[in-house]
Design a protein around this ligand. Structure first.
Ligand code: V47
Ligand code: SF4
Length: 429
């Protein structure tokens, strides 16, 4: 009998403990729910039509294709921006939530000759326009030396697709630059160039990448993605590198240990659905291979192209939505760039409150967008970059290509004061 009583007592105690634990879990959950509600209320009103998406962002739940399309369809830019900013802060963590990164770099474009026909591209000039060029390896090295003298720590190198610029040419360039300037990181070769070079050499993408890595390639830029949708590509006469090949090449690069970036070109007749699907393919690829560092929403410029006046030009609203929605949708991408060359310095500054945490680089001399009529400067001095970032309320942080911090910057200098720095830059050039 005594034994039976003990057993009953134990059951009663256990059940009381279980009830208490249940009440604690319930209270914790209630507290958690209240915290979520509070956090959402700080971003948007509880009756807002996007509040279910806000809940997901606050809870860290992935948003769906439909959610992203609804965000694009909403005209409440402030709410979308606040969600982008919230997602950025969550990613960055408390210590770094005000950090905005930039890099001291240069663009190097060894040739603008390209056999492709992309309708949005003014950069690849046909020979008859008299602007076609193909630099010798020596000339490429001279340009790299100018950048090195200015203290750059990254070269972003891409070129056109032409038989003269073959795999050997790029191997030599990479090898020479790395032997002369070992501290400069070589971010080079888009997936489009890898596809072209591999096909010409009749080797696999993997072998092509391995040869370039052996020569000095350290990471890959995100160009050539455009809009993955095949009907948009056909309208724009983009024959190169369909989505699955672009993604496959980046996947191989990640497996070989390279980091890479990804772009999306807005303003080439795409729909909102096309943009969301583009980003979803990137999110899926990132889940598999994890090597993307940064997403860069690009904006098309039309000067000198055959699509000028034929496609709808993105508005400021569209550009800021691309930044904020990409930050929310691409929950597995560490960084989102506000590419000041294309957004313009002013919209790029605003984009920092919409989810972007990177302003790209000082650049030296940008050719692709300026060939198509961009009015932004060709370069920014480091001080000017820091001024733009700090004036937007963030902390400028100079980084290297793979986001190691080089220095946490200060207030910077405004354009007129930084002008003297540019004169110095021009003199070195
Ligand atoms: O792939 C071509 C685009 C891209 C035009 O990885 C045009 O860090 C605007 O990929 N108007 C090249 N854009 C630029 C690029 C990039 C830029 C900055 C940083 C990184 C990075 C990558 O420029 C091309 C194409 O999508 N483009 N023509 C034009 N008319
Ligand atoms: Fe060539 Fe690239 Fe221009 Fe297309 S976008 S024409 S592949 S340089």
């Amino acid at each position: 009998m005594g034994c039976q009583d003990d057993r009953i007592n134990r059951i009663v105690i256990e059940s009381r403990l279980a009830q208490r634990a249940f009440r604690t879990v319930k209270a914790d959950r209630k507290l958690e729910d209240e915290k979520v509600e509070l956090a959402i209320e700080k971003i948007i009103e509880s009756k807002h039509p996007l509040s279910d998406i806000a809940k997901k962002v606050v809870e860290g739940t992935r948003i769906t294709r439909d959610d992203a399309i609804r965000l694009y369809q909403s005209s409440d830019l402030t709410a979308i921006g606040a969600l982008g900013e919230y997602a950025r802060k969550q990613r960055a963590g408390k210590d770094r939530e005000k950090y905005v990164y930039y890099i001291h770099n240069m663009h190097l474009n060894p040739t603008n000759i390209c056999g492709e026909t992309c309708k949005f591209c003014s950069y690849a000039n046909p020979a008859e326009k008299g602007k076609a060029y193909m630099w010798s390896v020596e000339r490429v090295l001279e340009e790299a030396a100018k950048g090195a003298a200015l203290g750059i720590n990254e070269i972003h190198m891409v070129g056109g697709l032409t038989p003269a610029a073959d795999l050997k040419y790029y191997e030599t360039i990479l090898r020479e630059i790395k032997s002369k300037f070992p501290h400069i990181h070589m971010k080079a070769m888009t997936a489009v160039e890898i596809e072209y070079l591999a096909e010409r050499e009749k080797i696999s993408y993997e072998d092509c990448l391995k040869r370039l890595i052996a020569a000095g390639l350290q990471s890959m830029p995100g160009g050539g993605a455009e809009i993955f949708d095949e009907s948009v590509r056909q309208r724009m006469a983009v024959k190169k590198t369909p989505a699955h090949v672009w993604l496959e090449i980046h996947g191989i690069a990640h497996k070989l240990g390279l980091y890479s970036n990804a772009t999306m070109l807005t303003g080439i007749s795409e729909t909102v659905e096309n943009k969301v699907d583009h980003m979803l393919l990137l999110r899926e690829q990132q889940d598999k291979t994890g090597g993307f560092q940064c997403f860069i929403p690009l904006k098309c410029y039309y000067e000198g192209t055959t699509i000028k006046g034929e496609v709808e030009e993105p508005t400021g609203f569209d550009l800021l939505k691309d930044v904020a929605i990409s930050r929310i949708l691409l929950d597995n991408f560490p960084h989102i760039k506000a590419y000041w060359i294309q957004l313009g310095e002013k919209i790029a500054q605003i984009a920092l409150s919409f989810g972007a945490d990177d302003m790209d680089g000082t650049i030296g001399e940008e050719k692709i967008t300026h060939a198509a009529g961009a009015m932004t400067p060709l370069q920014l001095a480091k001080e000017e970059m820091e001024y733009l970032i700090s004036q937007a309320g963030y902390t400028p942080v100079e980084r290297d290509t793979i986001y190691n911090i080089k220095h946490v910057g200060g207030a910077g200098l405004k354009a007129s004061t930084a002008e003297s720095k540019k004169v110095e830059l021009a003199q070195v050039k």
